[in-house]
Ligand binder design. Structure first.
Ligand SMILES: [Fe+2]
Ligand SMILES: [Fe+2]
Length: 230
């Protein structure tokens, strides 16, 4: 990264931190409007937001890229269309964490209160995306539908709206599965990375007991992984 680009990003984040004194939504909206003003297309604006994340929470940025990569590769296996939408959904699904860098980088498991706070990253992400709407309304509408539901569970036990079953779009149900798989196989400060079989076992356990994941898509995802895909 060029020095001037690093300085620009640090300055933007510094202003964002100051605006957080007026509330996270104020700061998030200002950041979203800046991204809209600076960039001509949705992908460039999302890449800009990811570069801010990279500067302050590298593992969140890497996780987002990995989710986008696995999701698009799985989508290809499924013969799904709209690869661009799925790629951008993967890249932007955790973008709201920019408002909670301290929690995203915490060394150790989050407390219950911190977990509740962390849940707001979904709403912040949606606000950021909504700020980009006039760049491409159709695309942003699709992204909001997927990103806004990426923590909803098939059995209705997720957040923020306790949606269940097919009230959650197929792409959001797939993103939830890929997101969990990616998180389980990444190293975290408080635990090591699970290997493929342990991660699959963990996700199967959930499907048998509480059906957090769409059983059909989970089975297709497990077949996709067991076929040796990344
Ligand atoms: Fe998330
Ligand atoms: Fe995630």
């Amino acid at each position: 990264m060029r020095f001037s680009e690093g300085l620009r990003l640090r300055t933007i984040y510094g202003i964002f931190k100051i605006l957080q004194n007026f509330g996270n939504y104020t700061a998030i909206k200002a950041l979203g409007l800046y991204a809209h003003w600076q960039y001509q297309d949705v992908e460039s604006a999302i890449e800009f937001l990811l570069s801010l994340l990279r500067l302050y929470s590298e593992h969140t940025e890497q996780h987002s890229r990995r989710v986008a990569e696995i999701l698009t590769s799985f989508a290809e296996y499924q013969n799904w269309k709209e690869m661009e939408v799925l790629k951008l959904a993967g890249l932007s699904h955790d973008i709201g964490k920019i408002a909670m860098i301290g929690l995203a980088n915490k060394n150790g498991e989050l407390t219950e209160r911190e977990r509740d706070e962390m849940k707001k990253h979904v709403a912040y992400g949606v606000v950021l995306l909504r700020c980009l709407a006039s760049l491409n309304e159709d695309l942003i509408g699709k992204l909001i539908e997927i990103v806004g539901d990426h923590h909803e569970y098939f059995d209705g036990s997720g957040y923020p709206n306790c949606k269940s079953g097919k009230n959650i779009s197929e792409y959001a149900r797939a993103l939830t599965i890929v997101d969990h798989y990616a998180a389980l196989t990444e190293k975290r400060a408080y635990r090591g990375a699970l290997d493929l079989e342990s991660a699959i076992e963990e996700m199967n356990t959930h499907s048998e007991t509480s059906r957090r994941f769409d059983p059909k898509i989970l089975e297709q995802f497990l077949n996709y992984k067991r076929a040796g895909n990344k």
